[in-house]
Design a protein around this ligand. Structure first.
Ligand SMILES: NC(=O)c1ccc[n+]([C@@H]2O[C@H](COP(=O)([O-])OP(=O)(O)OC[C@H]3O[C@@H](n4cnc5c(N)ncnc54)[C@H](OP(=O)(O)O)[C@@H]3O)[C@@H](O)[C@H]2O)c1
Length: 348
């Protein structure tokens, strides 16, 4: 057994008070165990990134159960500072990030256990995890860039999987998953159409990703799918990264080419099943493959890290704001308000 030299950690826990305007997080000090389990490592956390899911959970809106007063957030990157006696795959100084469904190693497991829901999350300065759920992150990335990989990164990766050079993709929204997907899609040779509810955000991103020029659509238009069709010569895109859920799915299929794919990632619109009245005839008519996306396995995360290393792709340009650890509550409120473009990061 390895003895741990650090006795306590700073950690945020959810208050589980869903009243608007009340604090959603509470900072506490908690003892660390004196000994490290044999297959686990102690991690000094350097950065945590936020996802819509974190804001949804602290406000009581998560559609899946969560443990009471759990530690929020599932995206972290940090350095291994102690290893259990039987750890074989990691060593001191390794830069690591945990997968977010800790049962999803190969992608074939039927069990599930999500950080920040079924078990505690990562908004703390020290974490202990079993080596089997940790990936080594690319060495060219800063801590802030590396912590984007486990959730937004693997989700974008899984949603784009199988689509490469010469294909076209509609990416909906300008949040964390979407901006990560924009980076990966461009690097993979896809033609990207980006949609947003905000012309200002579209102008900002067009200026930032100006070469080649980015095609854009404002999804506030009731017939936004027709604008996507027009941009593809009426054929439709090969792939849609669908963020709205019931409120946008039928329109997403309408602007997918026959035989194309819709990756269902989000559920951000008003979720009303009556919006899906035309789902089956449209799905059948366009022979579209509808696939559910739920982050990715450890093997997929390793593949994504390998791809980012091979391309030496940086992600600093999709980080909107970086907060201090003490400002975590403010950061979560900010993602809830949705004014950001890309990712919000807490730096430790
Ligand atoms: N399935 C998974 O593995 C997985 C993993 C991560 C996230 N998600 C889900 O994916 C979604 C996005 O997550 P995120 O962390 O990227 O969120 P985020 O950073 O908060 O971004 C959300 C953005 O989505 C856009 N949006 C809002 N309503 C929309 C609608 N009705 N149709 C299309 N776009 C809309 C908005 O962009 P504009 O302001 O530009 O309009 C908004 O800023 C969430 O539903 C989340 O739960 C799923």
């Amino acid at each position: 057994m390895t003895t741990i030299a650090i006795e306590s950690r700073r950690v945020f826990r959810r208050t589980d008070d869903y009243t608007p305007g009340t604090p959603k997080l509470k900072l506490t000090y908690e003892d660390l165990p004196s000994r490290l389990p044999s297959s686990s490592v102690l991690i000094k956390v350097h950065a945590v990134s936020l996802n819509y899911r974190d804001a949804n959970i602290v406000n009581g809106g998560n559609p899946w159960p969560v443990i009471p007063h759990g530690i929020p957030c599932n995206d972290a990157a940090g350095e291994v500072i102690a290893t259990g006696a039987d750890v074989k795959t990691l060593k001191l100084g390794d830069r690591v990030a945990p997968i977010i469904d800790t049962e999803n190693i190969t992608g074939r497991e039927s069990a599930r256990s999500w950080l920040a829901a079924d078990e505690d999350g990562v908004l703390a300065d020290y974490l202990i995890f079993d080596e089997r759920i940790l990936s080594i992150v690319p060495s060219h990335l800063s801590w802030a860039e590396a912590c984007l990989i486990p959730c937004a990164g693997t989700t974008a990766w899984a949603a784009l999987k199988g689509f490469g050079i010469g294909k076209s993709v509609l990416i909906q929204g300008t949040g964390g998953v979407s901006m990560f997907a924009l980076k990966l899609a461009r690097a993979a040779g896809l033609q990207v159409i980006l949609s947003s509810s905000s012309d200002d955000k579209l102008q900002q991103i067009k200026a930032q990703f100006s070469s080649p020029p980015l095609l854009t659509v404002n999804y506030k238009s009731p017939v936004w799918h027709e604008e996507v069709l027009k941009l593809t010569g009426d054929a439709g895109v090969d792939l849609v990264l669908e963020m709205g859920g019931t409120g946008s799915l039928v329109q997403s299929i309408r602007c997918t080419r026959r035989g194309g794919t819709v990756s269902q990632i989000g559920y951000l619109s008003r979720q009303d099943p009556s919006d899906l009245a035309e789902l089956l005839p449209v799905l059948i008519d366009r022979r579209v493959n509808l696939r559910g996306i739920n982050a990715a396995s450890k093997y997929d995360m390793d593949d994504l890290c390998a791809a980012l290393s091979a391309m030496q792709l940086h992600l600093d340009d999709i980080i909107d704001t970086t907060y201090f650890f003490e400002q975590s509550g403010e950061a979560i409120q900010s993602i809830w308000e949705g004014k950001h473009v890309g990712k919000l990061v807490v730096s430790l």
